[in-house]
Ligand binder design. Structure first.
Ligand SMILES: Cc1cc2nc3c(=O)[nH]c(=O)nc-3n(C[C@H](O)[C@H](O)[C@H](O)COP(=O)(O)O)c2cc1C
Length: 126
């Protein structure tokens, strides 16, 4: 589903995921997760349906931007795709940190870069 459209400007476009009924969502924070587009159809871009991708996933209210709605946002690493309207699975693997309210967007982006590198490491053995 559509988010605020801010992620692209940050250099981290995210897929905003609308959880299905009864989905289990972990506590607010940042996680390494596997992200899979379900089904068999064509996906515009480099993501192939049915193949899992590494993702750094944020669960929370975007405190840096004084957001209020709780969102689940997946930054899919090393791929570019139009994921609007796709059914996806997000399999949470490892918690990286809690949500933080940063004083500047640059500070947030710096930490997001380390989140992505940690995600690569956490998911590299599988
Ligand atoms: C790996 C990752 C870590 C994030 N960590 C934080 C955080 O600590 N604090 C915060 O306010 N937002 C965090 N965010 C959320 C961003 O603020 C959000 O993705 C961005 O504002 C774009 O939102 P939009 O898709 O609704 O436009 C994180 C997002 C990602 C992908």
């Amino acid at each position: 589903m559509r988010g605020d459209g801010r992620g692209r400007g940050l250099g981290f476009p995210t897929a905003n995921v609308a959880p299905s009924a009864f989905a289990a969502i972990p506590a607010d924070g940042v996680y390494a997760a596997w992200f899979t587009v379900l089904g068999h159809g064509q996906v515009p871009g480099t993501v192939v349906a049915g193949q899992r991708c590494r993702a750094a996933v944020s669960v929370g209210t975007n405190p840096t931007f004084s957001g209020r709605a709780r969102t689940v946002e997946a930054f899919v690493i090393d791929e570019t795709a139009d994921l609007y309207g796709q059914r996806v699975a997000v399999d949470f693997v490892s918690r990286i940190r809690g949500q933080e309210k940063f004083d500047s967007v640059a500070d947030l982006v710096a930490v997001m870069n380390t989140d992505v590198e940690k995600t690569r490491g956490l998911l590299s053995g599988d």
